[in-house]
Design a protein around this ligand. Structure first.
Ligand SMILES: *Cc1c(COP(=O)(O)O)cnc(C)c1O
Length: 422
């Protein structure tokens, strides 16, 4: 019986490798060190490598494009690795945390809690107390949370700093994760904000203004500009109803990074120019306001590379599988299982044969998978890569945000990856 020749599978494109990564002697280099040297230094794979130079460049580029008045906060949940937090401390204006665990991390990194704000639904009493004691600004998510805060503050004899997180009626168009508009667990519906602000002021707390976060991972610069305009208008309207100028306005963030083939980076110049225009004619209620945006993945995502070693190479039904010692337990997002509808390939390369194969010559179609016993554990599907075998190192890019801390490291007893800042 002769088997019918199967049609050739169509390969799937890889995402774009972020700018700034070079080759040294045909190997991927991060911060001037080759991937194999970094692995030797760490003593093992899988390994997350974060680049100081990439972090510095990203923040410099952002500062250059944005109005000088705009503060830049780092959303710690994107990457809470202690050396990264320490490195970011002098580069950004503030930190946004989402738990007492993150508060402990920023304190351990030596950051001044006066520069920290705490958002997140479901803050426990012990978390509220730790934050109030430390002098962190609470972005209140409900009336109930605000009243628990008043009681805790009175008991411990500290004046709490309280802002209100607003659940706006608009959302950030095209964002990967929508966090505003309609019924939401986040923030307070717009029409209830003025009453709570008055209650905060009447309770003798320090009113710290508004927090309006509308979404994440947006690449459409026009949508970001439109949302920032809506945020400023809403903050002005609410401040008028509250009857107090806005001391601080956290305008949210949402700047995305290109993960997939065809993704284009946000246009910082355009966003900065539009903000500059808005800032030039702010209403009275926002004239003296401390204005900031909060960004996570945009600041750190492209600085990180995940290095994982090939432990087996096998063929199944004509398909090549490169089986690595890493996987979704460190790279849930790259595997396509972190809020994605259709799985697409992240930028992936063979780190120790890091050459430009734009032409496609000498490449083979491979499936890069992790070591977990589940079909969900995929790092690259039908990807065109240079020939790779056992012992070679696979690099997954865009691994600086929502990688190590956002993946189920204990799944199947694998444990966490090593991490290093270089
Ligand atoms: C997660 C989160 C961020 C960071 O989002 P990125 O997409 O990483 O920039 C910022 N603010 C709030 C309130 C968040 O929940």
């Amino acid at each position: 019986m002769s088997a019918a020749k199967k049609p050739r599978r169509k390969d799937k494109p890889l995402g774009p490798i972020p700018a700034g990564f070079e080759a040294i002697g045909g190997e991927l280099a991060i911060g001037g060190k080759t991937a194999s040297a970094l692995v030797t230094e760490a003593g093992r794979t899988p390994l997350f490598v974060y680049s100081k130079a990439q972090l510095d460049n990203r923040i410099a580029e952002l500062r250059a494009a944005m109005p000088a008045r705009l503060g830049i906060n780092y959303a710690v949940k994107a990457n809470p690795f202690a050396p990264v937090l320490k490195h970011m401390a002098p580069l950004v204006d503030g930190f946004d945390i989402a738990s007492a665990g993150e508060l402990a991390m920023v304190e351990a990194a030596g950051l001044d809690p006066a520069r920290v704000s705490f958002a997140g639904p479901g803050k426990r009493d012990d978390e509220l107390e730790a934050a109030v004691r430390a002098g962190v600004t609470l972005n209140c998510e409900s009336e109930g949370e605000a009243r628990r805060t008043f009681a805790i503050a009175e008991r411990i004899g500290v004046v709490p700093k309280m802002a209100i997180r607003v659940n706006p009626e608009f959302e950030l168009r095209g964002s990967g994760m929508k966090m505003g508009g309609g019924a939401k667990p986040f923030g307070l519906d717009t029409d209830r904000v003025p009453a709570l602000a008055k209650e905060i002021i009447a309770a003798g707390a320090e009113y710290r203004g508004l927090h309006i976060f509308t979404g994440s991972q947006a690449l459409d610069s026009e949508a970001l500009i439109e949302t920032q305009g809506n945020v400023l208008n809403l903050a002005d309207k609410l401040s008028g109803e509250i009857g107090v100028n806005c001391p601080k306005l956290n305008m949210g963030g949402g700047f995305g990074i290109p993960y997939f083939s065809g993704d284009e980076p946000v246009d910082l110049e355009r966003i900065g120019a539009a903000l500059e225009q808005r800032f030039a004619c702010l209403p009275e209620s926002l004239n003296e306001t401390d204005l900031c945006i909060e960004l996570g993945r945009f600041l750190v995502g492209e600085s990180g590379v995940y290095l994982t070693k090939i432990v087996d190479r096998k063929i199944s039904h004509d398909a090549v599988y490169l089986i690595t010692d890493g996987g979704l337990h460190h790279q849930l997002a790259a595997s396509g299982n972190f809020g994605t509808v259709v799985r697409r390939n992240y930028p992936v390369a063979v780190a120790n044969h890091f050459v430009n194969h734009a032409g496609g010559d000498g490449l083979e179609e491979v499936n890069v998978v992790g070591c977990l016993c589940t079909p969900l554990d995929r790092l690259a599907d039908k990807a065109l890569l240079p020939h790779a075998d056992v012992g070679d190192i696979i690099a997954v890019f865009c691994a600086g945000a929502y990688g190590a801390s956002a993946s189920p490291a204990s799944f199947l007893g694998q444990g966490p990856a090593a991490e290093t800042l270089t």
